[in-house]
Write a protein that binds this ligand. Structure first.
Ligand code: NDP
Length: 278
């Protein structure tokens, strides 16, 4: 039977550590403030923004909410980010994605001062990760490293396979595993014989964006499986990119959906916010 990697418990542990740190900082006269910008009212985005605000409250981070109408222009959004960049009392800036189609996301990400880029999406943050320099790391992959480390799973020397090469998950994930001395392979939609590649993995990270695509045929006996995917099925239940029931019998450890990677993303965002004042 596989060990369940409990993202809910590990994220709570991290948030409690951060809460203590924030209280200590407050006692020394330093406040942590995150500005959260949402444009439009996409229901999924509103849920994510709400969860981020709740996490801020729990930890003691001050959050400034900017809920802008759908018709906000790119210029107006860039101006707001420019103002927040200048404000000494704002430590982190987060723009909830996706943005309405009339706004260029790339321009918006680039406008955020890299010293306040707590999402880790700015090209300077990504570049720093790539060459091993200090900078903010994208929250989902950073959370996965914490899940592995805090579950006592050694990365150094292991065969690590990442399915997916997106800028926010797959690529930074591969770079982080490399930084931890894993032997890393990145698979994607053009990979030939995906099963042959994934069956080499001691640690398999699945960020393919396809509900329950990864069955036991893709998994080596005893592998650790991390499921990044999140989907709502026709039955209204959440599921991941991994067929949990099928894979659970062959792997040594696995993350559930929900309760695996998801809660870690917010915990690492909070961690980046605290880091912004250190
Ligand atoms: P993207 O859609 O941006 O990327 C998916 C990747 O999977 C692409 O690189 C694509 O390859 C690859 N891919 C697609 N089909 C196949 C296939 N048949 N075989 C091999 N590779 C394939 O997704 P994201 O990285 O943004 O997200 C991945 C999943 O993680 C989604 O389910 C998303 O909802 C979830 N997610 C969860 C988060 C959390 O906090 N839990 C946070 C972020 C994402 P190619 O590049 O060639 O097209």
């Amino acid at each position: 039977m596989a060990t369940l990697i409990d993202g809910k418990a590990i994220s709570t542990q991290i948030k409690d550590e951060l809460k203590e740190k924030v209280a200590q900082l407050k006692a020394e006269g330093t406040k942590v403030t995150l500005a959260v910008i949402q444009v439009g009212n996409d229901p999924a985005s509103s849920v994510y923004v709400g969860n981020k605000k709740k996490a801020c409250e729990y930890i003691g981070i001050n959050s400034l909410a900017y809920e802008l109408p759908e018709e906000t222009t790119e210029e107006e959004l860039l101006k707001l980010i420019g103002e927040l960049n200048e404000r000494a009392d704002v430590n982190g800036i987060l723009v909830q994605l996706p943005l309405p189609s009339h706004i260029d996301e790339d321009k918006v990400i680039r406008k955020i001062d890299p010293s306040k880029d707590v999402d880790g999406f700015h090209p300077q943050s990504v570049g720093a990760l790539c060459i091993g320099q200090k900078g903010y790391v994208s929250c989902t992959p950073a959370g996965i490293i914490q899940l592995l480390k805090r579950s006592g799973i050694e990365i150094a020397g292991k065969e690590c396979v990442v399915i997916g090469r997106s800028n926010i998950v797959g690529k930074p994930m591969a770079l982080l595993l490399l930084r931890e001395n894993g032997t890393v392979t990145v698979a994607h939609s053009r990979t030939k014989d995906l099963k042959e590649v994934t069956k080499r993995a001691d640690i398999l990270i699945v960020a393919v964006g396809k509900p329950k695509m990864i069955t036991k045929d893709y998994v080596k006996e005893g592998a650790v499986v991390i499921d990044v995917g999140i989907h709502r099925g026709a039955d209204n239940k959440l599921c991941g990119d991994v067929d949990f029931q099928d894979v659970e019998g062959v792997c040594s450890a696995i993350t559930p959906v929900p309760g695996g990677v998801g809660p870690m993303t917010i915990a690492m965002l909070m961690s980046n916010c605290v880091e912004s004042v250190l």
